[in-house]
Design a protein around this ligand. Structure first.
Ligand SMILES: Cc1ncc(COP(=O)(O)O)c(C=O)c1O
Length: 354
């Protein structure tokens, strides 16, 4: 459990490393990774690539850096990138897609986070002197702002056919790809095989303190290593990060199912509260989105009342709150959180925002 007395449902990024990770960090064999000489990093990268069915892997500092390295490596400055309009790359990465990678984002809306292949096709305009060259399609799986929704292998295959059929590459922001694989009960390779390259995060539900891994062809990763370097991401004795990553891949994937069960219970409990709406079909992994418009108060009022009762929740948009389950959130915390939401909603309905 993280420090403090709160039930912290803001994000799975708040997870702390396990004791086993701390032990692995303490005993990690280290070297200079910029020279390619950190055996622990090399082992993690090989493991990650093998798990995803790709040729090679690259440890990077964060999910944002993984996406940036991949964008810069999959497309040339001035080219066009088709991505989902609510995607993390479009919303939360400080516009690095434009300001650093020099690419033109072309956001496409979707209902549940999975791009409709017809919309992708429509976004790929024919050759014309006025248009930027389209280079890349990006998918996000699971989809964060859509509430942890899963993009299935069948959907990925259809998007792949449109992208590749038109000469574009397909990249996956798989920050939570293991959540998708666990929810679908498929080998993660079944998701990874439809994209040219992808990244996943070690530091979310898998509980590592730092790190993400980009995987793809040997050629792609060789170039990505250089892009990571120009972004200042060449790390030296990065085995202390990789050691935790190895434990994560070996021990932390299967338990994600518990987070999914807890999210479902949380959603079911809160969906009965008058004034709060939850689309239960969206609760597919470890996230729950709450539409609080029925309570008719500013989100800040709800958030501060919940906080006063020990529950931390994040805000995605007006009247849209998000709860995320993760290691450290046990069944009893879920029941506590439901009780608190019931009380806070009652209080707001009865007394407004006092
Ligand atoms: C879908 C997705 N992609 C990328 C990232 C970025 O990861 P980081 O916070 O490690 O930069 C996040 C972080 O929450 C995410 O949810």
């Amino acid at each position: 459990m993280q420090a403090g007395k709160f039930v912290d449902l803001r994000s799975d990024t708040v997870t702390l490393p396990t004791e086993e990770m701390m032990e692995a960090i303490r005993h990690a064999e280290l070297g200079d990774d910029v020279y390619g000489e950190d055996p622990t990093v090399n082992r993690l990268e090989e493991m990650a690539a093998a798990k995803m069915g790709k040729e090679a892997g690259l440890l990077v500092a964060s999910g944002t850096q993984a996406n940036l390295v991949s964008l810069m490596n999959n497309a040339q400055r001035g080219e066009l990138v088709i991505l989902e309009s609510e995607s993390h790359m479009n919303w939360y990465e400080v516009g690095g897609i434009s300001s650093i990678a020099g690419l033109m984002p072309w956001p496409v809306r979707s209902q549940y986070g999975a791009l409709d292949p017809k919309d992708v096709k429509a976004a790929i305009r024919p050759e014309n002197i006025h248009f930027p060259e389209p280079a890349l399609v990006c998918v996000e799986n699971t989809h964060n702002r859509h509430g942890g929704t899963v993009v299935t292998p069948a959907q990925l295959q259809m998007i792949n056919e449109v992208a590749h059929g038109n000469g574009l590459k397909l990249y996956m922001d798989g920050a939570r790809i293991f959540n998708a694989a666990v929810a679908l009960n498929v080998d993660v390779k079944e998701l990874a095989k439809h994209v040219d390259n992808l990244m996943f995060c070690l530091s979310k539900g898998l509980c590592c303190p730092v790190g993400s891994v980009v995987v793809g062809s040997r050629e792609f990763i060789k170039k990505a290593r250089k892009v990571r370097k120009v972004l200042g991401g060449g790390m030296r004795q990065a085995g202390i990060i990789a050691a935790a990553g190895i434990v994560a891949l070996e021990k932390m994937v299967d338990r994600l199912e518990e987070d999914h069960r807890n999210a479902k219970r949380l959603a079911e409990g809160i969906s009965k509260v008058e004034g709060i709406c939850i689309d239960l079909t969206r609760v597919q992994t470890n996230m729950v989105l709450l539409d609080t418009s029925g309570l008719r108060v500013a989100d800040e009022v709800i958030l501060s009342k919940l906080k006063r009762e020990g529950i931390l929740v994040s805000k995605l948009a007006n009247n849209k709150l998000r709860m995320v389950t993760h290691m450290g959130i046990e069944k009893e915390h879920v029941e506590d959180a439901i009780d608190v939401v019931v009380r806070v909603a009652d209080d707001i309905r009865n007394h407004g925002f006092t």
